[in-house]
Design a protein around this ligand. Sequence first.
Ligand code: KIV
Length: 277
Amino acid sequence: MATTIRKLAQMKRDGEKIPMVTAYDYTAARIADAAGIPIILVGDSLGMVVLGYDSTIPVTMDDMVRHTRMVSRGASEALIVADLPFMAYQVDANEAMRNAGRLMQEGGAHTVKMEGGVAIADTVRRIVDAGAPVMGHIGLTPQSVNALGGYRVQGRTRATARRLLDDAVALQDAGAYSVVLECVPSQLAKVITERLTIPTIGIGAGPDCDGQVQVFHDMLGLFSDFLPKHARRYATLSDDITAAFRQYAEDVRAGDFPAESESFTMNEAVLSDLLDG
Ligand code: KIV
């Protein structure tokens, strides 16, 4: 059954945990969908893991629309959430609405995600009122990495914890249907989760969130050099792919690939005719 935002609200009420993963193309989306993952996030983390930037800041609306379209073609059951990238919603609410519209009309997303709390609550309200469901994202907000002074845990002091709680409530009051909590202490994530009626989705926010999100490349071991503390590796695909490529190169060099069963033939008479001619 297709996931809807009503279903997610019900899952929170029922205490049913919500798994979410990122995906950035058709094949990955098909696999996640077939595995029964209810929410697929086309995260602007694609800036790092797909496009090779060192942050999410250079990611553009065109990047997000293109990858969202790939993902939405691959998934039939999962709810597709697409990130509004840096400066796609901060300039003014009209531009934010147009960009949210692009992710849904051109990309095929069901909902959009935005980083920030109180500061973007009015814009969230406008987008939600226009018919585009919004997932919030607070705590470590990677688009603000330069303002935050690095990728670090947020909400460890009384004042910053209070601010995050206010941000979460402001997003809920503005009509957001869910909120991502990234890199916040588990105890604070628990307080926020209990305070909100909408589901919280954690990444580095402990076990008490209503759901969890993981980045595709981290959980599948596609980046072998670095694993964030909050990620769990469920496969080591980078090692498997490297071994497969090495074996393939060896087979080609040795003349073992392709075999007859992997080749095509033509009628012998046609071949003789060709050679005689
Ligand atoms: O872009 C992304 O992958 C995200 C998740 C880390 C929540 O925003």
